[in-house]
Write a protein that binds this ligand. Structure first.
Ligand code: SF4
Length: 423
């Protein structure tokens, strides 16, 4: 028996309240279960409980059995003197405050199926613990949980953005540039891209934004990718340009070993992503301001549809010619950037400026983008959940990672429904 299920039953008032009595036979009426305390001290604060004829206000401590009270040294801890009721599954002894006063106790009685369902969730080895039951949870209920999950996800992303803003003197464009660069790494090269952005000030790129070749020279040079000797005019030109510009701005290149190509499709090679990133900076300065001015899906798609310089139409790597192919940033990649960088930034900005219209716009954008396609999203679809947009996929990715994988079913609204199912 885990204490967490007793907390859950108490917090959600799932216990049998009728004829609840203390171990000494006094009637107990729970008026308010109190507020769950996740820090040190008693489990629930500010409960209101009538015991016999007396109305008590104070804290509640919950244990599997009464002997845990002294095992946890509460009998010598002043913090537990404020406990007005000790709630247990099994009352196997009396419990006392420091001054020796007896603390009232009740044995918690609740429907057996709650415990059976809980044991099932905890021991289930399927893709998610409630895989067999989720189909019985009404979709309207799942939808409202998705809304809450999406908010939780955006708030989590907001925290990273706020830390980045704090580290960059509240400079929105700089923070956006670093996050966007990280996003251009598309997982495998995210860290390397972030390093590249951190070592290449946006202000330096801004001074050369009209010259795509110079932007490429700075970025490929800073990435440490211009070291080998080649007979390729483009590469040798980049090298010369970088030599001059890096000396001018005191730039320090990173170690090329940070870039990974293994198991990547050529379209995803860091060279292609750097060329696209350079093209994006070339096509628009003050990117985040532009987005704020026109946060419409069509505009955003056009803004990010960047086309690298001609050299990259016939190359995936420096100095290695390949068949001709467009290397424009594709729709799926643009969607990933909108979902992971643009929308969280819009939401964070709207939150800081208390701009409800912009907040709604950020959420609307998520509804206008198709849901991601990956193994986790497929898993949810296989269980019968509909993924109509990135709003749904983002909420469910969050649910899987932060609830299902850690079996936090007691904190999940679907879990709440599953636990109280009679069959
Ligand atoms: S966390 Fe929620 S959705 Fe995930 S397995 Fe538990 S009850 Fe199901």
């Amino acid at each position: 028996m885990k204490e967490s299920i007793l907390h859950y039953v108490w917090q959600n008032k799932l216990f049998t309240a009728y004829d609840m009595k203390t171990t000494t036979g006094e009637l107990v009426e729970v008026i308010d279960v109190g507020k769950l305390n996740t820090d040190a001290g008693p489990d629930f604060f500010n409960a209101k409980i009538r015991i016999g004829d007396t109305l008590w206000a104070g804290n509640v401590e919950i244990h599997t059995c009464s002997t845990d009270w002294s095992k946890h040294n509460h009998h010598v801890d002043k913090a537990y003197d404020s406990v007005i009721l000790h709630v247990v599954k099994e009352a196997d002894t009396d419990v006392f405050r420091i001054d020796g006063e007896n603390i009232p106790q009740v044995e918690l009685v609740y429907p057996k199926h709650i415990e059976t369902n809980y044991d099932h969730l905890i021991n289930e080895q399927k893709w998610i613990p409630c895989a067999n039951k989720i189909g019985f949870v009404p979709s309207i209920f799942i939808q409202s949980w998705k809304n809450a999950l999406l908010m939780e996800r955006l708030e989590q992303k907001m925290q990273s953005i706020e830390s980045l803003l704090a580290a960059n003197n509240q400079h929105w464009e700089e923070a956006f540039y670093i996050t966007l660069a990280r996003n251009f790494g598309f997982g495998t090269n995210s860290q390397a891209f972030e390093h590249l952005a951190n070592s290449t000030p946006l202000s330096v790129l801004g001074k050369h934004k009209d010259q795509l070749f110079q932007l490429e020279a700075i970025l490929f040079g800073q990435a440490g990718l211009l070291q080998a000797d080649t007979h390729d005019d483009y590469v040798e030109g980049l090298k010369k340009e970088y030599e001059f510009l890096s000396a001018k701005y005191g730039l320090k290149q990173m170690d090329a070993v940070q870039w990974k190509l293994l198991r990547l499709r050529p379209d995803n090679f860091p060279h292609i992503r750097i060329a696209q990133f350079a093209a994006l900076i070339h096509s628009s300065s003050k990117l985040f301001s532009k987005i704020l001015d026109n946060p419409e899906i069509h505009f955003l798609r056009t803004l990010f549809a960047c086309k690298p310089s001609d050299y990259w139409q016939t190359h995936y790597l420096l100095a290695h010619e390949s068949d001709k192919k467009d290397k424009n940033l594709g729709t799926q990649s643009i969607n990933v950037i909108l979902i992971n960088t643009v929308i969280p930034f819009l939401f964070c900005y709207a939150y800081q400026k208390n701009n409800q219209i912009l907040k709604d716009k950020a959420l609307e954008l998520l509804e206008q983008i198709p849901g991601e396609k990956n193994a986790i999203v497929n898993g949810w679809q296989n269980l019968g959940l509909k993924i109509e947009s990135a709003f749904d996929s983002q909420a469910l990715l969050h649910l899987k990672k932060y609830y299902c994988d850690d079996k936090k079913c007691l904190r999940c609204r679907i879990g709440n429904k599953v636990l109280t199912m009679k069959k």
